[in-house]
Design a protein. Sequence first.
Length: 256
Amino acid sequence: MDTVLITGTTSGIGKAFAEKFAAMGSSLVLVARDSGKLRQQQAELHSRFRVSVKGILCDLADPHAAELVQKELHTLHIPVDILINNAGFNEAGLFTDTDLANELDMIQVHVRTLTALTKLVLPGMVQRGYGRILNIGSTGAYMPCPHDAVYAATKAYVLSFSSGLCHELKGTGVTVTCLCPGATQTQFAGKANLLHTRLFKLFVMQPEAVAAVGYEALRRGKQTAVAGLYNKLLVLSAKWLPASVTNPIAQWMVNI
């Protein structure tokens, strides 16, 4: 069975992915920064699904996070067949009011660490002629988002990076998929002060439903997948409508 490395696994979409792959019999390597929650998750998944569940304790905002993960993988002698770059968070609000340190950490997690982890596991996948990579983007990747400018910009990078890499790897046996969810019922919104916005009051999906869309897209080797009909319509409108129309709508959605 496949060995799946998943980042940000103790809640939300990452947790749903861990349970989905465990239910399919895959061996798991879970990367999280909360040691207590990580140990508890390992024990629960092993007890429920009787699969191998390894844990790597790591704060992905650390500039050396990817190297730490790679070192642990070498110690465990585990080749990664599937990489799920799920870890992420948000720092929403007017750019003049938001916390710079949090935004730089967000860029670190969403851009630098995601890129580095992909770089580190990809050669082995290509060499073996098989591998799957799933990067978590966002519907915000398709449009600038006033009041959420940095987050949307990082996710635009994830979408662009994933799409370019997908084409580079054609014929290698390795695929890259970018999953773009919209509002999802997780701890994400509360931590980002978005819980009471219109975005998280309308058309909110459950993390298990989002993970199911991502799993199927990954299995089929799709380049991109947008979770949910409403989100697909939102992305379609962003492609066709001018920024003068989409920017005010995006700002209205994330205002409290």
